[in-house]
Every structure is written in structure tokens, then in C-alpha cells.
Design a protein around this ligand. Structure first.
Ligand code: NAD
Length: 321
């Protein structure tokens, strides 16, 4: 059986698959769609990250496909309905990069509220901007609003509570009676309440129709002027132009964005040069440890699916002979 891997993956996960199957792992395939499609012609499984678009057209070029492994958790690059229609199972790395994302949120929250850690160049130049950098805030006693209280949102809540933050959260799928609130020490509130009370807002929702532009100009205007917004979920969930304007006009204290409506972010983006803004290239979930966990988990799930399929095929052959 043959597995195609079109984006980067931990080497040990490739080795674990290669002892059972023919594996073609080439991280350049995501940028060579024609080569990818021709390799998929007789492939049984495809493993991707977030850049390979698993569309109906791509699936049509992969008639034998049984499984798609996703080295991450967001599934917006995979047409789930088209996979289901063709009997292709999809295996995300649920939970495996949550810690990396949650640590990113805490690190950027500390930086954005304190507003003092980006002073290396001016201190080294002899400027000594002590007065300008003396009015930052502490996380302790501040309020973290978690929008989307799933796997990552709940871990963010735990880490924020460990730093003595107050945590409020909003998630239409998690009623106030759900155990996740009491287990994490967070308070279930309405979306508007979360925005109005937050010193830090961290967004952890999937990108779906209901969450597109979830933080638009109106919602951003509900935030305190010193509040910080952190988005590690998906671009498209926040109106980037409205966010940049709010930062420039001092209606928002800071922001950290790891994901963008259009990736890579274009140099002419309205975000360029906005104050107290941390921009990172979709790496919140990527660490040495999370890459190992994600790759190992997805490889194991795809391997199991192929072995199960092989066993069922052999059993059906036996019955029919
Ligand atoms: P999850 O499915 O465990 O949780 C998502 C939660 O969002 C669910 O509880 C759901 O009920 C909630 N939700 C849905 N619609 C909502 C709405 N309108 N308002 C508020 N909540 C809503 O997912 P997760 O594993 O916690 O991941 C969250 C997001 O983080 C995903 O979009 C994923 O793609 C993204 N992510 C990014 C990175 C990165 O590197 N930047 C890494 C991992 C995950």
C-alpha cells in the first residue's frame, strides 16, 4: 500500500510507516500540485498539514484513497463532505499541538500587556526608554477571555488560572452546566460579556460560516482600550483591517496574530507597522515536541486505518473464494 506525504513531517513517523508501506514523503509536493496529483493516482493514503487543499478535484485524482491524515487539527483545508462521499476517512492530530498553542497565548499575553520586552534595540542604542516602558500590566488579576472553549481554549484557561488570571469563556456548544468550566476554573459568559470584561481575548474557534469575521469592527469596539487580542485559530475570524485601525487609533492595546485571512501575509497588509502588534507565520502549534507528537499520532492513525482496510479486504476475498 502506498502513502503520499505532501508537507513536512517528523522523520521517525516516516520510518514507522515505511516499515509497513511504500512511503513517498516530499515536503515540496504541496507547491507542485501536478506532481502530487500524479502520485495520488495509486495512493492509499495522503498525509497533509494545512497548506495542501484536499478538494473534490484532488480526490477524483486519487481513486484508491482510504485515508487522509492531517498533521494538525484545523480541517478547513479538507473538504470533509467530499471525503465522506468517497468513503475517505480523515484523521486529525486532535490535542497533539494544544500545549504549543496555549504556551504561545500565554507568552504573547505577557508581552502585550507588559509592552516592555521589545526594547532591545533602543536600550542597546543607549536610549534608556524607562519612563515609556514603566506602565505595563501584570497578568495576575487581569481577565483572560477565551472565545471557543474546546481543547486549546480549555488548556489556555488552565495556564491562565495558574498565573492567577480570572478566566471567562464563551462557546455556544458548551452550556454553563458543562464540566469544562468548573474543571478549568473558568466562568461561562455571553460573547459580549467576555469582550467587555477582557484584558486579553484569545480566540480558539474553527473557521466556519458562523465564525467568519467573528471579531469585526463592532465587536472590537466593545474591548477596553488597553485590551490585547490574540488569534491563533484561523485568519478570517478577525477583521484584520478593523484590528489595524483600532491599534493605530489607540482603541486597542495590542494584538498577536499567528494566522491570517491570506497566508503568507502580503507586505502591503494594513497590519504592517501597527503598534504593539506581534505577527508570526502560523507557528503557534509548531514546536519540536508538538511536531513529534502530531507526526507520531497521525502516522499511527493512518497506519491503523490501512492495516484495518487490508485485513477487511483479505477477509472479503476469502469469503468470496
Ligand atoms: P476544538 O474543536 O477542540 O474547539 C473549538 C471550539 O470552538 C469548540 O468547542 C466549538 O464549540 C467552539 N466554537 C465553534 N463555533 C463557535 C463560535 N461561534 N463562538 C465560540 N466558540 C465556537 O478545536 P481546538 O483544537 O481547540 O482548535 C481551535 C482552533 O485552533 C482551530 O481553528 C484550529 O484550526 C486552530 N489551531 C491553530 C494552530 C496554529 O498553529 N495556529 C494549531 C492548532 C489549532
Amino acid at each position: 500500500m502506498k502513502i503520499i506525504i505532501s508537507e513536512f513531517i517528523d522523520a521517525s513517523a516516516v520510518e514507522s510507516l515505511a516499515s509497513h508501506f511504500e512511503v513517498h514523503a516530499d515536503a515540496t509536493l504541496v507547491d507542485r500540485p501536478d506532481a502530487l496529483r500524479s502520485l495520488l493516482d495509486d495512493a492509499d493514503a495522503l498525509i497533509v498539514r494545512n497548506r495542501t487543499q484536499v478538494t473534490p478535484a484532488l480526490l477524483d485524482d486519487a481513486p484508491r484513497l482510504i485515508a487522509v491524515g492531517r498533521l494538525g487539527v484545523g480541517l478547513d483545508n479538507i473538504d470533509l463532505a467530499a471525503c465522506a462521499q468517497r468513503g475517505v476517512q480523515v484523521f486529525p492530530a486532535t490535542g497533539a499541538n494544544a500545549r504549543a498553542v496555549a504556551e504561545y497565548v500565554i507568552a504573547t499575553a505577557l508581552m502585550l500587556l507588559r509592552r516592555a520586552y521589545l526594547s532591545s534595540a533602543s536600550v542597546a542604542a543607549g536610549e534608556w526608554p524607562r519612563a515609556a516602558l514603566s506602565s505595563g500590566r501584570e497578568l495576575a488579576g487581569s481577565t483572560m477571555a477565551v472565545i471557543g472553549f474546546g481543547a486549546i481554549g480549555q488548556l489556555v484557561a488552565r495556564l491562565a488560572r495558574a498565573l492567577d488570571m480570572r478566566v471567562v469563556g464563551y462557546d455556544p456548544q458548551q452550556p454553563a452546566s458543562a464540566a469544562c468550566w468548573s474543571e478549568t476554573g473558568a466562568q461561562c459568559v455571553t460573547f459580549e460579556h467576555a469582550l467587555r470584561t477582557a484584558d486579553v481575548v484569545s480566540v480558539h474557534v474553527p473557521l466556519i460560516d458562523a465564525t467568519r469575521n467573528l471579531l469585526d469592527a463592532d465587536r472590537l469596539s466593545m474591548l477596553k482600550p488597553h485590551a490585547a487580542v490574540i488569534n491563533t485559530s484561523r485568519g478570517g475570524v478577525i477583521d484584520e483591517t478593523a484590528l489595524a485601525e483600532a491599534l493605530r487609533q489607540g482603541r486597542l492595546g495590542g494584538a498577536a496574530l499567528d494566522v491570517f485571512a491570506d497566508e503568507p501575509l502580503k507586505a502591503a497588509s494594513p497590519l504592517a507597522g501597527a503598534p504593539n502588534l506581534i505577527l508570526t507565520p502560523h507557528i503557534a502549534g509548531l514546536t519540536v515536541q508538538s511536531n513529534e507528537r502530531v507526526s507520531t499520532l497521525v502516522a499511527a492513525r493512518v497506519k491503523q486505518a490501512l492495516l484495518d482496510h487490508r485485513r477487511h479486504s483479505q477477509q472479503s476475498e476469502k469469503i468470496s473464494t
